[in-house]
Design a binder for this molecule. Structure first.
Ligand code: 13P
Length: 249
């Protein structure tokens, strides 16, 4: 079901003490909202985070997982390991996984399939690089990431998928897509889903925007009709900033 979501992707930040302190601040000051609020700490602090947000509306997600059920994959984490500590939401396809860890559309499609087999919810990330936008290929790139990563799935799968459009040129750069650019791409994503599946599916999927969302620009971005919330990096590490972004939705 389409819902408003503000999710914080903490990336490789926050040790155990910092996790405790940030979550305490968030929990104690969380505004009343109908939006879902999600944080994605690093693997080693997921169990701690789950217990820290118990009795609050904050949900905890993982930043990644492996597609295999178990086995000889040194350094990897399985769906079962996440579920076993109460984590049923996972970010898949973040541009940093794609760029620095060689995760391809094909690999991501396998991860998506595993997550769905395990009844997990997926925040599926995608977005074009700067050169794609400069050369006018951004729609083509996004359509191809969606097609290769998701479009062999049955329509039903989209009940468990949240999309996160994150133009790579806007991540951690301070350069945000303008609200108009975000809206234009989100509308295109819905149109692409509608063509591949149906307009019902397209209307029911939540599409988040990610890339330098800050308290100062969140309101305007979130006011666009096809933007259902944000996936926040840097600003999710500062309690006041993240809370201000939650308020903006
Ligand atoms: P920034 O908000 O730091 O640009 O990061 C966005 C992001 O990559 C969230 O997944």
């Amino acid at each position: 079901m389409r819902s408003k979501i503000v999710a914080g992707n903490w990336k490789m930040n926050n040790n155990q003490d910092e996790t405790e302190s940030l979550l305490t601040d968030l929990k104690n000051n969380l505004p009343s909202t109908t939006a879902e609020v999600i944080v994605a700490p690093t693997f080693v602090n997921l169990a701690q985070a789950t217990s820290a947000v118990k009795d609050s509306a904050i949900q905890v997600a993982a930043q990644n997982m492996h597609f295999a059920a178990n086995g000889a994959f040194t350094g990897e984490i399985s769906a079962d390991m996440l579920l076993n500590i109460g984590i049923d939401t996972v970010i898949i396809g973040h541009s940093e996984r794609r760029a620095y860890f060689g995760e391809t559309d094909e690999l991501l499609a396998k991860k998506v399939a595993t997550a769905l087999d395990n009844n997990m919810r997926i925040i599926f990330c995608f977005g074009e690089e700067l050169e794609d936008r400069k050369s006018g290929n951004h729609f083509k790139v996004v359509a191809s990431q969606l097609k290769n990563g998701l479009f062999s799935l049955p329509a039903d799968a989209f009940k468990s998928i949240v999309l996160a459009y994150e133009p790579v040129w806007a991540i951690g750069t301070g350069e945000t897509a303008s609200p108009e650019q975000a809206q234009e791409m989100h509308a295109f994503i819905r149109e692409t889903l509608s063509e591949a599946y149906s307009s019902d599916i397209a209307q029911e999927v939540s599409i988040l925007y990610g890339g330098s969302v800050k308290p100062g620009n969140a309101n305007e971005i979130f006011s666009k009709p096809d933007v259902d919330g944000g996936l926040i990096g840097g600003a999710s590490l500062v309690a006041d900033d993240f809370l201000a972004i939650v308020k903006a939705i």
